[in-house]
Ligand binder design. Structure first.
Ligand code: HXC
Length: 513
């Protein structure tokens, strides 16, 4: 028995060395943790159970049978984070650059299948040179097996991808399908074709970092939902995010008590500037409503005219969508509509109630917006919110103009409770634009058109720049004081806790993608 145990322990020791100490040192020199270090850091102490530690690849081409590494470039298994079961794979860059072979893919698929069967989140730590070049189509097939499983698991279990090294070519499509892509600054990049191909095809000179680094995807493409300055921060961000998510689509998140900060709440009355054209930071409103320091922002640096993220209200996880007057006056445009629509669909899939804070002057005008499809992209948000069956509550903090009033979780598209602050302005358009159209003749015929316009603007604003027309119709359920907002929301969401909506059977709707 002793000799047999020795064989086993030698094999395990070898597997733990991955591609060997030299390559591990290289990984550390790049300020990256190894795959095993990442897994151990992320999961609760001693909770990791590895599956397939002794798997090796089956390729014989190019003398590959002489180069066998246990694990074949990916560590897979299960464990817990804050005592909750999760399934995990971590690509090991020290073994063939973490490249994906047929067996490497099989290992990932095995734990994906388990995650789906057991209804627990799947976390993928990506650090890979892409398809195992020596394996050709077997590797491509392996990727497709993973993509297919990502799609089948979508909306059933939360799927989180961390990009902690290269992720190129078709490999990018697995993270893209998962719910969240979290990138590490300066050590990760994602692109379909790298700088060399870009140069050959378009003659553009671009670095990997500029083409597909964390900053690029966090600000320009929106592919990255969060960025972190190093591996440890990224792993901490995964843990933090997971705390807002349920295990699967049949569960709700656990209630976590948090402290309250009443000081901020009392200042809510002063946050809105008396001049309706002056911006303010909607984060202040968010922080004045939610449980202390509980906001986890998603897509913080992308389409900043809308804010989306998770928070706790009375200890329960909620999703927040809020116009941000500080950026582009909080207008809805192509990117902000897509950002909010995707977030809405995530929350709706996973039973996370939605709070929508509205201060929106309308949709952004212009050829750029029209040619880039503000019609179909704006429709995504309208569609996503309309079909969401989770508890949905709206607070209009200032403007709710035009089509954007409808889109931003209005009563008409199924919101459960709609509040407005006393300073809210709910109308087809702002007073100036409206007066120029409906009083055009009167203004042109006036001796002093400028003062006539001002007079008409005042008249229009007095009639419509308030929440009362909407409240009289019941489109607003209650006009509330800013300082009462938290209390009102706690009650509304508590009242809606057991909301149930039975929809007629259909395969799926046809959201304008
Ligand atoms: C096999 C690979 C590999 C790959 C890297 N390695 N990529 N082995 N298949 N795809 C190996 C290297 O031979 C090397 O082995 C080790 O991993 C580390 O690679 P280095 O080049 O030394 O590291 P570095 O300088 O950091 O560069 C990393 C890299 C580069 C930028 C990722 O390795 C690279 O460009 N690799 C090829 C990327 C690529 O073109 N992949 C295919 C993309 S297409 P040793 O033994 O020296 O340690 C694709 C299609 C997917 O993925 C389609 C899905 C539908």
């Amino acid at each position: 028995m002793d000799s047999k145990i020795k064989i086993l322990s030698d094999k395990i020791a070898k597997a733990h060395l991955g591609g060997g100490t030299e390559r591990i040192d290289k990984q550390h020199n790049k300020k990256k943790l190894t795959a095993r270090e990442r897994v151990n850091y992320l999961l609760d102490e001693s909770s990791f159970e590895e599956i397939g530690i002794l798997v090796t690849h089956r390729t014989t081409d190019f003398n590959m049978d002489k180069e066998l590494y246990y694990g074949d470039g990916v560590i897979t298994g299960y464990g817990t984070i804050h005592n909750r079961l999760v399934y995990i794979f971590a690509q090991d860059f020290t073994v063939f650059g973490g490249s994906l072979s047929e067996t490497h893919a099989e290992k990932i698929c095995k734990i994906m299948d388990l995650a789906l069967k057991m209804g627990a989140p799947l976390i993928g730590l990506n650090d890979s040179g892409g398809a195992r070049i020596q394996e050709g189509v077997r590797s491509l097939g392996g990727y497709a097996e993973i993509f297919h499983r990502n799609v089948k698991a979508s909306g059933i279990i939360p799927q989180i991808s961390a990009i902690m090294g290269p992720c190129a070519g078709g490999a990018v499509y697995s993270p893209a399908i998962t719910d969240f892509t979290m990138m590490v600054e300066h050590s990760s990049y994602m692109f379909v074709t790298g700088p060399n191909v870009v140069k050959t095809v378009t003659n553009e000179e671009v670095t990997s970092e500029a083409l597909g680094g964390a900053h690029t995807h966090a600000t320009k493409s929106g592919v990255a939902h969060t960025t972190s300055s190093n591996d440890v921060e990224c792993l901490e961000a995964i843990k933090a995010l997971l705390a807002y998510l349920p295990q699967n689509n049949t569960k709700t998140t656990a209630k976590i008590p948090t402290e309250l900060n009443d000081e901020i709440r009392t200042q809510l009355t002063e946050i809105i500037p008396s001049n309706a054209n002056k911006p303010y930071d909607m984060h202040f409103v968010i922080n004045g409503i939610i449980d202390n320091d509980s906001f986890f922002e998603i897509h913080k640096d992308y389409a900043q005219n809308i804010i989306v993220g998770f928070a706790r209200l009375g200890g329960r996880s909620i999703g927040i969508i809020a116009n941000q007057p500080l950026h582009l006056a909080g207008v809805l445009d192509v990117n902000s509509s897509k950002k909010a629509a995707r977030f809405t669909r995530f929350c709706d899939s996973f039973n996370i109630p939605l709070l929508v804070l509205v201060d929106v002057p309308g949709f952004l005008p212009g050829t750029d917006q029209e040619w880039n499809g503000i019609i179909s992209n704006g429709a995504k948000l309208l569609f996503a919110l309309s079909e969401a069956t989770v508890p949905r509550v709206t607070v209009i903090t200032r403007k709710a103009y035009g089509g954007a009033y409808d889109v931003m979780n209005s009563k008409h598209i199924g919101a459960d409770i709609n509040f407005a602050w006393p300073n809210a302005e709910i109308a087809v358009m702002g007073a100036k634009g409206a007066s120029e159209i409906i009083f055009k003749r009167e203004i042109n015929d006036a001796e002093d058109p400028i003062s006539k316009l001002a007079e008409k603007e005042t008249e229009y604003a007095k009639t419509f720049a308030n929440p009362y027309r909407a409240a009289e119709r019941g489109f607003i359920d209650e006009v509330i004081l800013p300082q009462d907002t938290r209390r009102k929301l706690l009650k509304a969401f508590s009242m809606l806790e057991d909301k149930k909506v039975d929809l007629p059977k259909r395969k799926h709707g046809n959201i304008p993608l």
